[in-house]
Design a protein around this ligand. Sequence first.
Ligand code: FAD
Length: 398
Amino acid sequence: DSRFVIIGGGLAGAKAAETLRAEGFDGPITLLAAEQERPYERPPLSKGYLQGSAELAEVYVHEDGWYRAHDVDLRLGVAAGRIVRGERVVELATGERLPYRRLLIATGSTPRPLPVDGADLDGVHYLRTLADSQALRAAFGHGGDVVIIGAGWIGLETAAAARKAGCRVVVVEPEPTPLHRTLGRQIGEVFADLHRRNGVEFRFGASVTRLTGAGGHVRAVELSGGESLPADDVLAGIGAAPNVELARDAGLEVNSGILVDEAMRSSDPDIFAAGDVAEAMHPLLGRRIRVEHWANALNQGPAAARAMMGEQVSYDLVPYFYTDQYELGMEFSGDIEGHDQVVIRGADLEFIAFWLREGRAIAGMNVNVWDVVDDIQALIRSGRRVDPAELADPDTPF
Ligand code: FAD
């Protein structure tokens, strides 16, 4: 059978299908999508769409008729249940057996469940799917007490949306600042100040011990220090776990994600992985990384597609991420792991932060400063030594 099968109708999977057709693959393509929606992009679900400023039509990866027009057999609401490598077959949850020539696993990730009593009460939300975003939007419309557990990207963006809707918002976070692991303490404070100015309260250094409710609906969030926060709605934003079960059960090499080389190829040469689920060898960093970001899914899907067609592929883009919260827009490039110095160029809410390791830039974040991402990424790629004083000076080019 010459069929290419893609498991996962998210951004990585949809972009892989697009690339296969754009690059001239004319064999059959099946795209298995567990959700009932055709592939869509998730970033608006915690930003414009959640705030009511973006339309539903804007979130989809392709127009409604695209899949049929390009002869892509998109199966909505159909999950892959098992990969039988010995027979090159994907078994669907319905029992149907689908033979493949090459297979792409792009199954994304799932929010980590809140590990406390009361997490199953009504009014406790997660944010991954369009339906989740719609439920939150409706809940925020009541303008009540919202408790957000976790001050990561999802938690902070949702806090901004809840404030905009007129809710009272408290964010609970065990670390001393928001985004502590991603950005470190100093830049984490910038985000804390931004949210405080916009009326968000924080409880840092606190963890949730349980949720209590009445009539099956959440009413309060109890914290380690003994405090009880009133809550009409709770969002748990405590991270996501990659959907690696199919790969693991099929005996592929899996660590945190599915282990793939720089061409997205797994330990089985006919099976590839891309997006949130892939832990890929990164030639620039010299180690394997797993990136849970939009730009990674957008570019790795196509890279995998080209490799599936037999092209030489080496995926080495600098990891990239963006966010919008209130009046702050920012882009982040690189990875701060191992940094020993932070250099700030600019001030207040208009600056570029650089993270250095042994005098070399390994990450950069531009906040309300635009058209600099290419320069920042070029600096990271170059691996050259920088003078921190010059880097901090907005009048000296970098
Ligand atoms: P997904 O988008 O998760 O798609 C995977 C799909 O596969 C899902 O639809 C799933 O149902 C399906 N699937 C799973 N198992 C099976 C199976 N067995 N059979 C069939 N289908 C299956 N990143 C940024 O860089 N910037 C942002 O501002 C940003 N905002 C975000 C906001 C939200 C609310 C969320 C949830 C994420 C955000 N991200 C952001 C992260 C970004 O959306 C993800 O990195 C991206 O969606 C990953 O794409 P993917 O295709 O790998 O996986």
